[in-house]
Design a protein around this ligand. Structure first.
Ligand code: NAD
Length: 338
């Protein structure tokens, strides 16, 4: 059993903790967070050991009458590996502690590629993570893009990819973040950081991205245009995506998937925990090949898509399972069909 701890228990950390607890070959040692809020209380009710982020936070837990099991340092000391799910740039700070304690660590997309020295998406570069001390799971947008672009590149070769990303403004519980009635160019300049981030995993073709923030909390929506090296047809692309792990094709016209809200509603109807959609969702009706260019729409559930990647990264770093074995085990535990 791999002893795993989760440092940071917000949008991503809570999901990673539940996913780790569901693996037959992993033990969740505990989770660390800063505040003794309702999330801490529910974690305790679930039977998780809850640690405070630091000494100051341990006192806050004590004052609130919720005793923590120790600090993040104690938690990490007692684990084989820590999945760092703290906010952007905090992970890079925490790396010093992990190095000091000689522990392996996984960082999230808010950290730089250089913090871990390797950026990870299971179906693209699982083997590269074997035996590594540090790995970074790329952001939600990059994970989704890497899955589909890797598949297209395998089949047809890509000379250039372009994507416009309509980003959710905030996660559902982040009431302090906007916008409420605006579309924000984020950033105004081109490219956004997303294309270069995809290149940390798939370096062999340029990915040019533009991004804007829209007033929704559900999902991101990507509009892709991909220039291909060899002849593709709708049928061939549809076939390739049908066989690509963690890519789900949905029908707009036939099945009524007209918006990202329908995708989240599907997850609710499927009884997925927290309505989570782990797959990259591609609209079958949007796939179009014109000359040597492929067009399609893709939806990305920012809260969930990186969860299976974190689980696979843990196995990859301990080097005991093949990519196929790990992905199959992770998929089964999370109810991902393929
Ligand atoms: P979040 O703000 O929802 O949660 C962060 C958690 O870390 C909170 O529980 C906070 O209390 C805790 N924390 C803060 N400082 C800490 C410290 N020093 N020690 C221990 N805990 C600490 O953040 P999130 O959205 O889950 O993002 C985490 C990481 O995942 C970031 O790198 C982010 O870029 C990445 N990511 C986020 C999303 C998303 O859509 N939310 C998607 C993919 C990747």
């Amino acid at each position: 059993m791999i002893r795993v701890s989760v440092n940071g228990y917000g949008t991503i950390g809570r999901r990673v903790a539940d996913a780790v607890a569901a693996q037959p070959d992993m033990t969740l040692v505990g989770v660390a967070k800063m505040k003794p809020d309702y999330r801490a209380k529910i974690a305790l009710e679930k039977g998780y050991e809850v640690y405070s982020g630091d000494e100051k936070s341990r006192l806050a837990f004590h004052d609130a009458g919720t005793e923590s099991s120790g600090t993040a340092r104690d938690l990490v000391s007692d684990s084989d590996i820590v999945v760092d799910c703290t906010p952007e740039d905090v992970g890079a700070e925490n790396k010093k502690l992990y190095e000091q304690l000689g522990k392996r660590a996984i960082f999230q997309g808010g950290e730089e590629d250089a913090t871990a020295g390797m950026s990870f998406v299971a179906q693209c570069n699982y083997e590269k993570a074997k035996g590594r001390k540090f790995v970074r799971v790329v952001s939600c947008n990059s994970t989704a893009l890497c899955r589909v672009l890797n598949a297209v590149d395998e089949e047809f070769g890509i000379s250039k990819a372009r994507v416009v990303i309509a980003r959710r403004a905030a996660d559902p519980d982040e009431v302090g973040k906007g916008p409420i009635d605006a579309v924000v160019l984020d950033p105004i300049t081109v490219p956004s950081h997303h294309g270069p981030d995809v290149n940390t995993v798939l370096p062999n073709f340029p990915v040019i991205s533009m991004a804007l923030k829209i007033p929704t909390t559900h999902m991101h929506l990507h509009s892709l245009i991909v220039s291909l090296k060899s002849g593709a047809t709708y049928e061939k692309v549809e076939q390739k995506f049908s066989n690509t792990p963690r890519v789900m094709l949905v029908n707009g016209k036939k099945d009524g998937f007209k918006s990202t809200a329908n995708i989240i509603d599907m997850a609710r109807e499927m009884g997925r925990p927290r309505n989570d959609v782990y797959e990259s969702i591609v609209w079958r009706d949007s796939i179009k090949v014109l000359d040597d260019e492929l067009y399609f729409f893709m939806a990305v559930h920012q809260e969930a898509i990186v969860v299976p990647e974190n689980v696979d990264a843990i196995r990859a770093m301990f080097g005991e399972d093949t990519r196929q074995e790990s992905m199959a085990m992770t998929n089964k535990s999370l109810g991902i069909m393929r």
